[in-house]
Design a protein around this ligand. Structure first.
Ligand SMILES: N[C@@H](CCC(=O)N[C@@H](CS)C(=O)NCC(=O)O)C(=O)O
Ligand SMILES: *[C@@H]1O[C@H](CO)[C@@H](O)[C@H](O)[C@H]1NC(C)=O
Length: 285
């Protein structure tokens, strides 16, 4: 048993105070404190990171949400302010004096507000499948992407291309290592993580077959699930410099690369104008 003496008492008090302050800090903040910019009525303000070298955003979730805004034809303006939203993450949106965090919650909120349903043509079974694909992308592939960018690529190639200062890269890596370890994937080797990714991609690739999009070939078959898939895949296909992932996908799953090309052509005519044109790295695809 721990003896309660003066030093233990002080240590205990310190722990209680620190935990108390920490808990208070992590309480959700009132939404009003996030209304940092004004926008015309019924226009979405999309808060996101700055530009990236090969895909308009470094974040798969930003790509998902911005693609959704385009597919659903919702007027929006970008704020490249890296301002973390009500839940401390990006992306988040502001809409008519409301702040909404989380890409998926933003989509569901906008669906309600504007009577949108990109999935309305899907059968019950297709919707269920779409849901499972989205989860695979966001709760499995996303972690694989982080492992490559922040653990296996010891050169931090993508972050260096974005000219992020070295100490910040160091801090990001440190933070990520802890999170990836807690999530569990951080305990696996490069070979094991590659296998996980291959299994996910193979399943999605078989599911897609020769279709242009997940559930069909025409632009109006594009669903929320295509946006979620595109968000993650476009990163793996185009924005993983320093990682063998990119080459691997192009060789093994050309239909997934085609899917990305199709989404890009259909909804991102301004893709190239949106890329970060850092000196000497204009074409890093
Ligand atoms: N479930 C969230 C995930 C968003 C997310 O993980 N965003 C990352 C960037 S890709 C982020 O903000 N990370 C900063 C942090 O975790 O502190 C969504 O769908 O929006
Ligand atoms: C880091 O860069 C060096 C020099 O370009 C290269 O030899 C090495 O393989 C790279 N490391 C990784 C993990 O990509």
């Amino acid at each position: 048993m721990l003896e309660l003496n003066f030093f233990n008492g002080v240590a205990l008090l310190l722990v209680v105070v620190v935990v108390g302050v920490w808990r208070k800090r992590s309480q959700p903040k009132p939404m009003e404190s996030f209304l940092v910019s004004s926008a015309p009525k019924d226009t979405v303000v999309l808060h996101q990171y700055g530009a990236a070298p090969s895909v308009p955003s470094i974040s798969p979730f930003v790509m998902k949400l911005e693609t959704f805004l385009r597919v659903a034809d919702i007027p929006y303006v970008n704020k490249f302010d890296r301002w973390p939203g009500p839940k401390g993450k990006l992306p988040w949106i502001q809409y008519n004096q409301l702040a909404v965090p989380d890409s998926q919650m933003c989509i569901e909120f906008l669906n309600q507000e504007r009577c949108i349903d990109l999935n309305k043509k899907l059968s019950v079974q297709q919707s269920a499948l779409g849901h499972l694909i989205r989860r695979t992308c966001e709760d499995s592939l996303y972690w694989v992407l982080l492992m490559w960018r922040l653990v296996f690529d010891t050169n931090s190639t993508i972050y260096n291309r974005m000219s992020i200062p070295k100490p910040i890269i160091w801090y990001m890596r440190r933070l990520a290592h802890g999170r990836l370890w807690s999530q569990g994937i951080g305990r696996h080797s490069e070979q094991e993580v590659t296998k996980m990714m291959e299994d996910d991609l193979a399943a999605i690739s078989r599911m897609m077959g020769e279709h242009k999009f997940l559930f069909g070939d025409s632009r109006d078959c594009v669903t929320e699930f295509d946006c979620a898939l595109f968000g993650q895949l476009c990163q793996l296909v185009w924005q993983m410099p320093g990682c063998p992932v990119q080459e691997n996908i192009a060789k093994k799953y050309p239909n997934l690369v085609n899917f990305c090309e199709n989404m890009k052509t259909a909804f991102w005519p301004d893709w190239d104008d949106r890329l970060l044109q850092a000196a000497g790295t204009a074409s890093c695809k």
